[in-house]
Ligand binder design. Structure first.
Ligand code: ZN
Length: 283
């Protein structure tokens, strides 16, 4: 099941992408795709309604695709979660997950313009697997309990400003929560559609040149472990998002590689989760 939100920013309607590529409205079923919808088994109701032919089609002409999740409660991020990325940044392989938070209001659609902050000279890209939580996770007993709380997955671009992140502050948040810094989507793909979440290819190109090519099999801490681990420290709630880390190939790790400038384009994909495309513009 591929859940979507379509329409102008702030006025998106909930929708679903059918197998035949047509988009159907979920407006008759729910006001939006959010934590409450996921927790109440909304994806299953959408599946049933689609199969019964009860969902009206949406005209795709000129239609904007928004983030597939409305108002995430929080965006929790994992740093240095791929061995090759830790190595390229000169960091040690973490023995515990590196956890930081991102302002959830910076989530935008997968094809929206991303703004390069004023005074920025080191705006960087990070293709990531995003986990969307569908049920409360509080002190899970073991990683094997994680699957029951995961609603699905999406592509995330954990856009980062390296000077803000690493040179202007002792912790990372300044370089992570800039306006528009988290394109998400195009779809929230329900977990049942992903056979093995630890066998997904992640790719990212800048201006058509390949920069990142990784696999979720190379995560230091896998998805189930991360959900279990985080639940020991914070309550994960329906509609929360976890960015699970990025593989090697960011500008920070490639000496001589230019950081993003006005007019640059970035394309991201993860197999089964679709593709994103953004143009970067000066704020
Ligand atoms: Zn990241």
């Amino acid at each position: 099941m591929k859940l979507m939100r379509v329409g102008d920013p702030g006025r998106e309607i909930p929708a679903v992408l059918a197998e035949d590529g047509r988009i159907h409205s979920l407006s008759g079923l729910t006001p939006d795709i959010d934590g409450a919808f996921l927790e109440a088994g909304g994806a299953e109701r959408a599946r049933t309604a689609l199969a019964r032919g009860e969902l009206p089609e949406v005209d795709p002409t000129g239609l904007r695709i928004g983030a597939p999740l409305a108002r995430p409660g929080k965006v929790v991020c994992i740093g240095l979660n791929y061995r090759d990325h830790a190595a390229e940044t000169g960091a040690a392989i973490p023995t515990r997950p590196v956890v930081f938070m991102k302002d959830p209001s910076v989530v935008v659609g997968p094809y929206d313009t991303v703004l390069i902050p004023r005074t920025s000279v080191k705006t960087d890209w990070e293709v990531e697997l995003a986990v969307v939580i569908g049920r409360e996770a509080r002190y899970l007993d073991s990683p094997s309990d994680a699957a029951a709380v995961i609603a699905g997955y999406a592509i995330s671009n954990d856009v980062s400003e390296r000077e803000f992140q690493l040179e202007r502050s002792g912790q990372w948040d300044l370089g992570k929560s800039c306006e528009t810094f988290n394109p998400l989507g195009p779809w929230l793909v329900t977990a049942d559609e992903i056979d093995d979440v630890q066998a997904l290819d992640l790719n990212l190109a800048v201006n058509g040149e390949a920069r990142q090519a990784g696999s979720t099999k190379d995560m230091v801490f896998d998805v189930a472990y991360l959900v279990w681990y985080l639940s020991q420290y914070m309550v994960l709630r329906p509609g929360d998002v976890i960015n699970t880390g990025t593989p090697a190939g960011v500008a920070l790790g490639l000496p001589g590689t230019p950081f993003l400038r006005d007019g640059d384009t970035v394309e991201l994909s993860i197999n089964g989760l679709g593709a994103q495309h953004q143009t970067f513009r000066d704020a």
